[in-house]
Ligand binder design. Structure first.
Ligand SMILES: Nc1ncnc2c1ncn2[C@@H]1O[C@H](COP(=O)(O)OP(=O)(O)OP(=O)(O)O)[C@@H](O)[C@H]1O
Ligand SMILES: [Mg+2]
Length: 260
């Protein structure tokens, strides 16, 4: 298994959108993905085709003393996923307390699940700082940091770097991706060029463009890959998949099967 924690210090950067769509693209390539929502927002299922956020998920399993993963689902695109589940304030606070008092809780839970060896696990997280994100980073082989081409992401970049490199106990390989670039905006292009110069090989070469195909697909409860397979954003996200597979291959010493 290769585990990727998707993080960002700025809210609304596209973490959940990427988690869902990268998982769908992996499934389309015949690779087994699993998307784990480690975010009390409980929205990932709706990005994977569910009409409404499910009540059941990892939080309700935890509260009901069920095994981790008991509420896992699989969508029509063959994407396995585990929603967070509906959380009232008290349950959410109790779970957060569990995470704070048990470092490595998520890593230990994941170790109990019998994933296929070649599974790529994508973990969606709340924006930083967050104990959920920290546990995801601690469980990950690679941290994918999502940046928007804006001043907020630029300013918060050190926070994302510190999360992967120092704050969560173990130093993890870090890869950044720029999401939602509007190439008609001069300042987007300028900030993207600045990030490229600063991050070099730690940045996915393909930038994910802002594309209305995402909202259209969401409105119809279908994946953007099914709705607009030839869209720019699907092309860009395939580039992100390639970058993840290249990192996985580098980590395992095997050759990369990085073609769409
Ligand atoms: N490349 C893109 N093109 C167009 N819209 C996008 C793109 N990426 C994300 N969005 C939209 O931006 C919004 C925020 O995306 P998303 O929910 O994935 O971000 P997030 O980082 O998970 O946010 P949160 O901090 O709320 O968890 C959503 O409405 C999503 O549809
Ligand atoms: Mg999200």
């Amino acid at each position: 298994m290769f585990t990727v924690a998707i993080i960002s210090a700025a809210g609304g950067s596209g973490r959940s959108t990427l988690a869902a769509n990268l998982a769908s693209l992996l499934a389309q390539r015949g690779m087994p993905p699993f998307a784990l929502e480690f975010d009390p927002q409980n929205l990932l299922a709706t990005l994977l085709g569910s009409e409404a956020p499910p009540d059941d998920g990892l939080l309700t399993d935890f509260m009901g003393n069920k095994p981790f993963g008991a509420s896992a689902l699989c969508n029509s695109d063959n994407v396995g996923f585990l929603p967070f589940g509906h959380a009232n304030k008290q349950d959410a606070a109790g779970f957060e307390q569990q995470l704070r008092s048990t470092p490595g809780w998520l890593r230990n839970c994941l170790a109990q699940i019998d994933f296929a060896d070649d599974t790529i696990l994508l973990i969606d997280t709340p924006r930083l700082p967050s104990i959920h994100a920290c546990q995801a980073v601690e469980a990950a082989d690679l941290v994918l940091s999502v940046l928007m081409p804006d001043v907020r992401s630029m300013t918060l970049l050190p926070a994302a770097q510190a999360t992967a490199l120092t704050d969560c106990g173990r130093q993890k390989p870090l890869l950044h991706v720029i999401n939602a670039l509007d190439s008609t905006r001069e300042h987007h292009n300028r900030l993207a060029a600045e990030l490229r110069a600063r991050l070099r090989q730690d940045l996915v070469p393909e930038i994910v463009h802002r594309d209305t195909a995402i909202a259209q697909a969401l409105a119809n409860s279908v994946s953007v890959i099914d709705a607009s397979p030839d869209s720019l954003v699907v092309h860009d996200m395939n580039g992100v998949v390639n970058a993840l597979l290249a990192r996985r291959a580098a980590a395992s010493g095997k050759a990369c099967q990085c073609h769409a």
